[in-house]
Design a binder for this molecule. Structure first.
Ligand SMILES: O=c1ccn([C@@H]2O[C@H](COP(=O)(O)O)[C@@H](O)[C@H]2O)c(=O)[nH]1
Length: 304
């Protein structure tokens, strides 16, 4: 496989820098915690400080588009600057936009985020398969043409996701498994891995008992549901592409969840933290120390 392809670049950079993905989410509450106003200027200070602190050390940086879009055109222009700064520092930018539409419109989204001529071009995007995984074909094609990546939502980290994603199809597979299989087929025998990824939340089946759910709720202030073993069952043994794993940190996911959720595909994990890595800010040195500790924890959990 050519080193120009996203999968190969992602695999090598993760080995070099560590697997962690640093989320850039200018949350109102975190701007206030940093002593900033919840406005465009505050978001700029937050996003650029965080990007500068992490982008030289992390293989992946993941801005969440929604936190930029909330400031209108100024926020989108800021997102362009964040993408450019992170890429200049050598990180691969996964733009979290979760787009999904009929094919002709999907082609326009792909042009916006994956065509290098676009001011918003990232290295990879997140997409939603709700209109059918096949409707995402223009994104797969544009990504392949330009050495970019695509991450399709398979099992999301929010507790409500399972009601749609774990619904059973007529062939007995869950909707999530069919997404995993359809995306996986597109990677073929790519070595070290393909460029078409999936999103698997670290929180899937996170609580084995009511007691653990209560403990997590009191620790993180987030309601966790108890789910059965069957609920968290996925076959990733044939999957040969990057796996973005959100839900780490603030949502309760831990490095030890990686092998539990991903099994044999743990080596492809890209564990993603947003609120937790901003927590020690605004001092860049404190953010870097926290990121380095998380990189080590994730590497150890992944058996690296
Ligand atoms: O299943 C998903 C897919 C995407 N996300 C996004 O990841 C971050 C998580 O933020 P934290 O602060 O680390 O909880 C956020 O941008 C989500 O939109 C997700 O959480 N779950």
């Amino acid at each position: 496989m050519s080193t120009k392809e996203f999968g190969a670049r992602a695999f090598r950079l993760a080995q070099e820098r560590g697997p962690l993905c640093a989320g850039i989410d200018p949350h109102g509450s975190q701007l206030l915690q940093w002593g900033l106003d919840d406005d465009l200027a505050g978001a700029e200070r937050f996003a650029m400080t965080l990007t500068e602190a992490v982008a030289e050390r992390c293989a992946f940086v993941k801005p969440q588009s929604a936190f930029f879009e909330r400031f209108g055109s100024g926020g989108v222009a800021l997102l362009e600057r964040v993408i450019a700064a992170a890429r200049r520092a050598g990180a691969l930018v996964i733009l979290d936009v979760k787009r999904g539409d009929i094919g002709s419109t999907m082609a326009a989204y792909a042009q916006a985020y994956l065509d290098p001529a676009s001011p918003l071009a990232a290295d990879a995007i997140t997409v939603s398969p709700y209109l059918g995984t096949g409707s995402l074909q223009p994104a797969f094609d544009t990504a392949a043409a330009h050495g970019k990546g695509v991450f399709v939502l398979a099992r999301t980290s929010n507790p409500e996701g399972k009601y749609v994603q774990m619904a059973k199809r007529r062939d007995g597979r869950s909707v999530a498994q069919s997404v995993i299989d359809e995306v996986g087929e597109r990677n073929g025998e790519a070595d070290p891995m393909g460029s078409f990824g999936i999103v698997m939340g670290a929180t899937i089946g996170a609580c084995a008992s009511e007691g653990e759910a209560r403990l997590r709720e009191s620790t993180y202030g987030i309601t966790h549901t108890t789910v059965s073993q069957r609920d968290s069952a996925h076959d990733l043994s044939q999957f040969n592409g990057p796996i973005l794993v959100p839900g780490m940190g603030a949502q309760g996911g831990r490095p030890s969840d990686l092998p539990r959720v991903l099994g044999p595909a743990t080596k492809f994990a890209i564990p993603s933290y947003s609120r937790q890595i901003a927590q020690p800010g605004p001092a860049a040195a404190s953010i870097r120390t926290a990121v380095e500790a998380l990189q080590e924890e994730c590497r150890a959990a992944m058996g690296e």
